[in-house]
Design a protein around this ligand. Sequence first.
Ligand code: ADP
Ligand code: CIR
Length: 359
Amino acid sequence: TASPEVQKAIEDVFTKLQGASDCTSLLKKHLTKDVVAKNKSKKTRLGATLLDVIQSGGENLDSGVGIYAPDAESYTLFSDLFNPVIEEYHNGFKATDTQPGMDLGEKNIGELADLDPEGKFIVSTRIRCGRSLQGYPFNPCLSETNYKMMETRMKEIFNTITDPELKGTYYPLTGMNDETKNKLIADHFLFKEGDRFLKAANANRYWPTGRGIFHNEKKTFLVWVNEEDHLRIISMQNGGNVGEVLKRLITGLNLVAAKAPFARHPRLGWLTFCPTNLGTTVRASVHIKLPKISAKDDFKKICSDMKLQIRGIHGEHSESKEGIYDISNKQRLGLTEYQAVRQMYDGVKKLIELEKAAS
Ligand code: ADP
Ligand code: CIR
């Protein structure tokens, strides 16, 4: 069972959250006295405790969610906390609900006409999904050797990609010069470094070991290795052609999936480190200019009513610049991959109509 020190630290997080009046995280809301009492002594087989789950939200009081799963077992062992957080984040997905089978929408791509054929609003479109390699836990439980082995395996897999559009090169973070790295980050291709939410979750250990990025020449198909998730598989391009972006994602994902078995949970779908990314793990987004409607008071509500999430220009926890927003589906669990993309597609279509009609 968890040591007295760990149990005390869990109590301290609880007390800190209760005292933090401007904290609005789902962790604060759902980490009740009861949940603490029932779970503070538990340990997963890999040794993870409730402290590992809650320490990011305990340190970062501005978290939206505040919890991570150190290993797959945590989702069941600490379900008293995960279930209500998951239900609230994913639009009412209950403890008794099950993620539908995968449907990437291969047959529906024809329905996804370019959202912005005149190029007036949408700067770029991106769809990503997360995957975990079977047999490895998540970041806080990975050893340095694990990271190296996973990277080696992925390099072998990337080398098997011969599709002329998708083939590319793997660039490890280890040894990458700052100029190259910072340019990749600024251009929205690479994950940022030193994310404080991940750091507090013990997810940045041995950095940059085992971390890196694969991409094709055009940087339209990319795979992040060992950042928040083992893999983030990404398709992106300029403009609003969601269908092209989805089609490329499906092709690339299938190539990687053919070589690497991924961890899937019977109820929660594709397993990832953050409970917001379960199920489809799909975040489909546009970078979009909506100067008129975004200046209005009801912009946030319009977006949340359409189940859209607003992020800033450099992703989560960043600010919007020059009136450009990152708009995506919020829900990733409890619907199919195609429906997740569709949530973004239909919502953004509506936002563009509203922008055109606004004065
Ligand atoms: P994730 O989408 O993987 O959850 P972030 O929100 O941190 O993580 O975004 C990662 C990067 O992808 C950021 O640089 C962000 O600006 C970029 N990005 C997201 N959506 C788009 C888009 N539609 N076009 C271009 N870049 C994008
Ligand atoms: C937070 O709670 O703000 C961070 N741990 C990130 C959570 C992921 N957020 C999201 O909306 N996908």
